[in-house]
Design a protein around this ligand. Structure first.
Ligand SMILES: [Zn+2]
Ligand SMILES: [Zn+2]
Length: 272
């Protein structure tokens, strides 16, 4: 079966997208999806830069929810629309993030690391003064710290996202170099009963494998992991469900038989 649910989507309620929500929905319907989940950015305490003015990644949750509920009604019977959030992890705001995640009736919460030591890997300054391997390693350590100290989420987002921004990107990157960290991540995720996502955003940017890389997916599955959502991380309608054919092939190769969607923070399993 093709993958019919895109569980990582941004619209103009995210500070880095100007896509109308309805355009995203119509695109998903035209592709034949049965489920889509918006996961707008909420990055509390995001450092202010010329590219990210104060509050850029702070979600106007009430407005977002009201719009989504309106569209959910309008498109009832055509597609299921989930109310989700992509919550930016930083260890010093764990308590605030947990309060926020619990205060809203989200269907689905993705935890993502967009900042490490108050720096954004998207900016070249993150890589300054250290090797690419050190910069990647520090990103994975930060994720591990979040996984060890924060549990109010459903899946961890784009686990090797940092490789999008290194000088040689995925060229010298492999699971084995970071196996000490990745193995611990998988243990932590499984013991906390948390899932992961397969994110196709990197494939659109020319990476050879989805996030996280195939060996990560394989090991997660081998160790008993079954909770996995698939998301395009689209910020515009044209990217909804992009590379989902490839995602299905990768997942099958890695031993998965199902993918998940979430409603009221509980997973449902769908056959691949
Ligand atoms: Zn993200
Ligand atoms: Zn995203």
């Amino acid at each position: 079966m093709p993958i019919l649910a895109d569980c990582h989507l941004h619209s103009c309620f995210s500070g880095d997208s100007d896509a109308p929500m309805e355009a995203m929905i119509q695109r998903a319907i035209s592709l034949g999806l049965s489920h889509m989940c918006f996961t707008e950015h909420m990055d509390l305490d995001f450092p202010q830069t010329p590219e990210s003015p104060a509050g850029m990644f702070e979600l106007r949750t009430d407005d977002y929810r009201a719009a989504l509920m309106e569209y959910r009604k309008r498109y009832e019977g055509q597609i299921q629309i989930g109310f989700g959030v992509e919550l930016g992890m930083q260890p010093h705001i764990n308590a605030e993030n947990a309060r926020y995640a619990n205060a809203c009736d989200f269907d689905f919460v993705i935890a993502s690391t967009h900042l490490v030591d108050r720096m954004d890997p998207y900016e070249s300054s993150y890589f300054a003064g250290r090797s690419q391997e050190e910069a990647y390693r520090r990103y994975f350590e930060a994720e591990l710290e979040s996984m060890a100290s924060y549990t109010d989420y459903d899946v961890y987002g784009h686990i090797d996202y940092v490789i999008r921004y290194g000088r040689t990107r995925d060229k010298e990157y492999c699971y084995e170099k970071y196996a000490d960290l990745f193995d611990r991540m998988i243990d932590l995720l499984l013991s906390a009963q948390k899932g992961i996502e397969l994110n196709t955003g990197g494939l659109r940017k020319g990476l050879r494998q989805p996030h996280p890389c195939t060996p990560f997916l394989k090991r997660y599955r081998k160790m008993g992991g079954s909770v996995l959502t698939v998301g395009s991380d689209a910020h515009r309608a044209a990217d909804v469900a992009s590379h989902f054919g490839q995602a299905a092939e990768v997942l099958t190769d890695c031993g998965f038989t199902h993918y998940c969607t979430f409603r009221q923070r509980r997973p449902s399993f769908h056959r691949l």
